[in-house]
Ligand binder design. Structure first.
Ligand SMILES: NC(=O)c1ccc[n+]([C@@H]2O[C@H](COP(=O)([O-])OP(=O)(O)OC[C@H]3O[C@@H](n4cnc5c(N)ncnc54)[C@H](OP(=O)(O)O)[C@@H]3O)[C@@H](O)[C@H]2O)c1
Length: 375
């Protein structure tokens, strides 16, 4: 029997109008290596919002239609349209990852029938998702679908940071927006793996969250002596790699500058080229969409600034490393990689203007989980 279900879609037209809607779609039978999963839990993460809302102006939100056919409309400012030219006119399905129950399976995947699985691959804000069996992981005993909903993106990214630091020869790490869901996982990994981590947050409440996990270094970027505190922490830990979720503004610059100052403290001879300590800043998020400001003369000539993205990293790291990381996530799903949700909503609720404004804030400790079975 052909299944049909709702699927959330985001479309930007040539005039810069972004439309969010729920479409009814036919799922299609699974291929030999495919399964159909009834989606039971899907997190709303900042990376989902990037596709869901693009660069739209949230204040422009308007509603159209009513009931099941209601849509939300937003304006994308003209100067931001060039950045999304590649998606204009396309109806894009949303939601990176989710968990649910396998309701149908192709002939090579029958062992998954009836199992609860976590999955990644886009299009998860839906009632059903047809997906390759290779792209799901059966949930460990005792784990709920809410536990398994976020078992890919943030856990693998946090593990990827540690692996990147190791591969590139850094002994300690700096992390920004550090009380995020991902940041809390990173702190737990670093404690277990004995890797010093310098956390940068922007409020006392966020600092408290990390201290309760056991963090040693937690700095508030709002403190007057933040740069001095950061330089001391970098000298103590020897951290020379930073992962920055914020991206916009001057924080990345401040980190490179403080790394350079910490390195210079250990130099006996002055060099007009600065220290020969290599400093790496990876920007992996866009929590602040303003331009990144770098005053390069403040951190010498031994530095690199780059983007960091999970999937290219996994491809580079290779199958074996990726497999080990996935296994660690399964083994520690309800401890190191536990995600906490403050609100559980139905699929249709995600298009409620007040609810959308709340999850769009991406505030610390406020995580939304979509449970399509709620309506
Ligand atoms: N590159 C990749 O492959 C990859 C993979 C996974 C995740 N990510 C990125 O990782 C980041 C964290 O994701 P998550 O799911 O863990 O987030 P989350 O739990 O929703 O937390 C977001 C955090 O960011 C803070 N924040 C928001 N805007 C900020 C700003 N302008 N300046 C400073 N802090 C700000 C929030 O603090 P307040 O409460 O103070 O607002 C909150 O602590 C996101 O940027 C996401 O896109 C990237």
């Amino acid at each position: 029997m052909m299944l049909t279900g709702r699927e959330m879609r985001s479309t930007i037209d040539e005039d810069g109008v972004l439309t969010l809607s729920l479409e009814n779609v036919a799922i299609g039978d699974p291929g030999d290596d495919e399964i159909i999963v009834r989606v039971e839990a899907a997190p709303i993460n900042p990376s989902d919002l990037g596709l869901l809302l693009g660069p739209a102006d949230i204040a422009s939100l308007a509603t159209a239609g009513a009931g099941g056919g209601a849509t939300l409309l937003f304006n994308v400012p003209k100067d931001r349209l060039a950045g999304v030219r590649g998606r204009l006119g396309q109806s894009l399905s949303i939601g990176n990852e989710a968990a649910g129950t396998v309701v149908a399976a192709g002939k090579n995947a029958t062992e998954l029938e009836g199992k609860r699985v976590g999955m990644i691959g886009g299009g998860m804000y839906a009632d059903y998702r047809r997906i390759r069996a290779a792209d799901v992981i059966p949930l460990p005993k005792g784990a709920s679908t809410a536990d398994g909903a976020s078992m890919f993106v943030n856990p693998l990214t946090a593990l990827g940071f540690v692996e990147t630091a190791r591969r590139e020869g850094h002994k300690a790490i700096v992390h920004t927006a550090a009380a995020s869901n991902l940041g809390q996982m990173l702190q737990k990994i670093c404690l277990a793996d004995d890797i010093p981590l310098v956390n940068i947050v922007r409020s006392a409440e966020q600092a408290q969250i990390l201290r309760e996990i056991g963090a040693t270094y937690v700095l508030n970027s709002k403190d007057d002596d933040f740069i001095a505190q950061l330089t001391d922490a970098l000298q103590q830990t020897g951290a020379t790699i930073a992962f920055d979720a914020i991206g916009g503004g001057t924080l990345g610059n401040d980190i490179l500058q403080a790394m350079e100052r910490a390195a210079i403290r250990a130099m006996t001879d002055y060099s007009r080229y600065g220290s020969d300590t290599f400093k790496q800043l990876y920007i992996y998020g866009a929590l602040d969409t303003a331009p990144t400001v770098l005053n390069r003369l403040s951190f010498g000539f031994q530095w690199g600034v780059g983007g960091w993205l999970l999937f290219p990293f996994l491809r580079k790291a290779g199958k074996e490393v990726a497999e080990q990381m996935r296994q660690r996530v399964v083994d520690e799903l309800t401890t190191t990689f536990a995600s906490h949700y403050t609100r559980v909503i139905g699929l249709a609720d995600a298009l409620n203007p007040d609810i959308l404004r709340a999850y769009e804030r991406k505030a610390t400790g406020e995580k939304f989980l979509i449970k399509p079975t709620l309506g």
